[in-house]
Structures are given as structure tokens and as C-alpha cells.
Design a protein around this ligand. Structure first.
Ligand code: ZN
Length: 412
């Protein structure tokens, strides 16, 4: 799939800081240790509706990961998928009497526009599920051959399922106990009660063709892939095993990331799928999680149409830590707009206080598990001094402008 375009990333003078991130699987803050090329996979959208602020918060968090690595001189091989065939997309198309292909193309195009407007650095590969079906089929074939997958005991629809215990490590990513897994599996698209499975927690790999549903011919028979194997195949075929960061929202901890890892590890016979599993918190509105099922979404495209600056959206979301669940409010946005105006005024002055220490603090905080609230406070402090006309450094406003652009993605 075509990706979107990135604005150029300026080089920031001074010394970069290596990135450490909280890893869900070990429950620890650990340094990332990429090679010359850092490898990141972030789960993409199912394109049946516009990008809401929950999505934006996730992609902005991983944009900061990308930016810190680049500041440290790494190339970043960033891969993101688009789940352009799946139940939610088909259901929405059916509900709205829309063609699912047209709906998917339209919402994917809008997503690209939103990401570009938010100045999110583009993935090197932006990959659709449909265009990946041959490689997904190949991986499922290997799982079947290795005995890690089986056909459901159902003569009409012998769908293919993954034996969740195939690696002997199932559960290491989420660390959830079995009752929690079972609950989330049922709530988040799993089918624990499907007859013909060997275990309720075995996950769908290949759904045989049903009348009225899209399907593709393959050596597995006509059908379409499950969601977890899609990301598993797309990630490993581009990044290899043991890539640096697998990312997504915290609602992907289980089942999605647990199974993506288990599928890949069962095929490869090695561990781990990713070295860090990193999860962003949920964005709420009026005290509830922002989600399609609740209908309480704030869309990025709506804010853009209202003339809201992308820098203000970034500042509003960065005012809280990426791992915390947090609320979107009108006050949060207006505070972010005021902050953006203050910063812009400060960097437009001819002089300011020397900024090398401020830039060092900005780097320290962003590289420390993306601690944006503290990073923003460091820039606030500099801007406050500059606006009080304390400082005679003529290079300082330009340095702050470059650092905020490169490390926070905000154009001042
Ligand atoms: Zn995924």
C-alpha cells in the first residue's frame, strides 16, 4: 500500500539520549538496544471509520519512539499494517449498504491524511492484509505442517485454529491469568464457544469461505485470514524475529499481541517475537473509553476541519503520559492551544535564555519512557523566561524551535 509522506526531520545539536521503554511482557522499564537499523511494528487500523483521538494518541506515542531513535542516529524500519478485511469492516459496510472495499479505501485514505496532518513520520512499509494473503497463507501452512495448527472438527466449515499451547510460553506477553484471558478473548473478537475447537483459547488462523463473505482461493482452500496471524506474518517477513518494538493500544495486549507473538514463535522455533511490547493507554471522553461501540468518538478530521492546529492536538495528548488512560476535554485542548501560542511567541523573539540545558532536559525526558508531561514543563520553563525577556542568546529561540520540531513533532 502507498504510505504517507513525512516532513523533513531536522538534526538537533547536542548529545542524544538512548531510549528506554516500559515493556509489558517483563513489567519493567528497559533500555531499547537497536542495531544500526531500529525495527518497529505498530498495529494499524481497521479502516471502517475515521481516525479518532484514541488512535492518534497511540500513533503519536510511537512517533516519539521513532524520533528518539532517529535522534540517536538509527535508521528506523517502521512497519504498520491496515486490516483491510475483517469482521468490523464487513459489518459496517453491511450496515451502511456500502461496498467494503470502497469503505476500506476511503477510510485508509483519510487515515493517511490525518497522519500527515499530525506530522507522524511515515512507516517504511504500510501493508494491507488483503495484499498480504499469499504470505499469510504460507505461514499458516507451516503451522499446520508443524502440528501447531489444526482444522476445526466441522465438516461444513473446517476453519483452521492455532493450538495456543504450541510454544509452551503462551501468556508471557500479557501475563494475564486464564480467567482474564478468557474474558478478554470473548470481549475482543475471539470465539471461545466455537464448536469443533480443541480449546476455547485456540485462535482463528483461517476462516473458510462463507456465502456472501469475501474469500480468496489458496492451498488452504478458499477463505480469509484471522487478525493475529496477519500482523504476525507481516511483521516477521519484514523485520525478522526479535525486532525492537511491537506497539499498539493497551486493548491489544490480549489477545492480539499474545497470539501474534505465539504464532510467530511457533513458526520460527525461536523466542521472542519482539524485544519490547509497548502499549499506549486509552483516551476517554466524559469518563468513558473512546470507542466505536460507545459512539463517543472525537475524530482528528473533525478537529482539522474546525481549524485546530496539529501542534495543539499533539500538546493536548502529550500533556498526559502515554501509558495512562486519560480524558479528552475541551479544557485540555484550549490549554494546549494556549501553550502552543506561548511557545510560538517565545521562539519568535530575537533572543532568549541559553537553551542547551533545556534541550538536554527535553531529550532526557522524552527518552525516558516518553515522559512528555515533564518534557513539556522543560519547554514551558524556557518559554516563560524568554517571554519575561530574560536572556540575550540570539541562537536560543532557533535551537528550541528545532528541538521541539525534531523530538516532539511540533512546528513552532
Ligand atoms: Zn496487529
Amino acid at each position: 500500500m502507498r504510505t504517507w509522506s513525512s516532513v523533513p526531520l531536522p538534526r538537533v545539536p547536542g548529545t542524544p539520549r538512548p531510549l528506554r521503554l516500559f515493556d509489558t511482557s517483563t513489567g519493567q522499564l528497559r533500555p531499547t538496544a537497536p542495531g544500526q537499523t531500529a525495527r518497529m511494528y505498530v498495529c494499524g487500523i481497521t479502516p471502517y471509520d475515521a481516525t479518532h483521538l484514541g488512535h492518534a494518541a497511540t500513533y503519536l506515542a510511537f512517533d516519539l519512539v521513532n524520533r528518539v531513535w532517529r535522534d540517536n542516529g538509527h535508521d528506523v524500519f517502521y512497519v504498520q499494517n491496515v486490516t483491510d478485511v475483517d469482521e468490523p469492516l464487513l459489518e459496517r459496510a453491511e450496515r451502511d449498504q456500502d461496498d467494503w472495499i470502497v469503505l476500506g479505501l476511503r477510510e485508509t485514505a483519510l487515515f493517511r491524511e490525518d497522519m500527515e496532518a499530525l506530522r507522524v513520520l511515515s512507516p517504511r512499509e504500510f501493508v494491507g492484509a488483503v495484499e498480504s494473503i499469499p504470505e499469510i497463507v504460507e505461514v499458516i501452512g507451516k503451522l499446520l505442517a508443524d502440528g501447531a495448527a489444526y482444522r476445526a472438527d466441522d465438516p461444513e466449515f473446517p476453519d483452521i485454529y492455532f493450538d495456543h499451547n504450541a510454544t509452551g510460553r503462551f501468556g508471557y506477553e500479557s501475563n494475564y491469568d486464564e480467567p482474564t484471558m478468557t474474558r478478554f478473548f470473548a470481549e475482543r473478537g475471539g470465539d471461545p464457544d466455537r464448536a469443533g475447537k480443541r480449546h476455547p483459547l485456540d485462535a482463528l488462523l483461517w476462516r473458510c469461505a462463507r456465502p456472501g463473505e469475501p474469500s480468496w482461493d489458496s492451498e488452504l482452500g478458499a477463505g480469509r485470514p484471522g487478525w493475529h496471524i496477519e500482523c504476525s506474518a507481516i511483521a516477521v517477513n519484514r523485520l525478522g524475529m526479535g525486532f525492537d518494538v511491537q506497539g499498539g493500544g493497551s486493548d491489544l495486549i490480549f489477545p492480539h499481541h499474545e497470539y501474534s507473538a505465539a504464532h510467530a514463535e511457533a513458526v520460527a522455533g525461536t523466542h521472542p517475537f519482539a524485544r519490547h511490547y509497548v502499549h499506549a493507554g486509552m483516551i476517554g471522553l466524559d469518563g468513558q473509553k473512546m470507542s466505536k461501540s460507545r459512539g463517543n468518538l472525537v475524530f482528528v478530521s473533525r478537529l482539522r476541519a474546525d481549524g485546530v492546529d496539529s501542534g495543539a492536538i499533539r500538546l493536548a495528548l502529550f500533556a498526559g503520559h502515554y501509558r495512562t488512560d486519560r480524558a479528552w476535554t475541551a479544557a485540555l485542548l484550549s490549554e494546549a492551544q494556549e501553550r502552543l501560542a506561548r511557545w510560538r511567541e517565545a521562539v519568535s523573539l530575537p533572543t532568549g535564555p541559553a537553551a542547551a540545558d533545556t534541550v538536554a532536559r527535553l531529550r532526557d525526558h522524552v527518552a525516558d519512557d516518553l515522559d512528555t508531561p515533564t518534557a513539556l514543563a522543560a519547554i514551558d520553563a524556557w518559554a516563560g523566561e524568554a517571554l519575561r525577556r530574560n536572556g540575550t542568546d540570539t541562537a536560543a529561540p532557533g535551537l528550541v524551535r528545532i528541538a521541539v520540531d525534531a523530538l516532539l513533532g511540533i512546528e513552532l
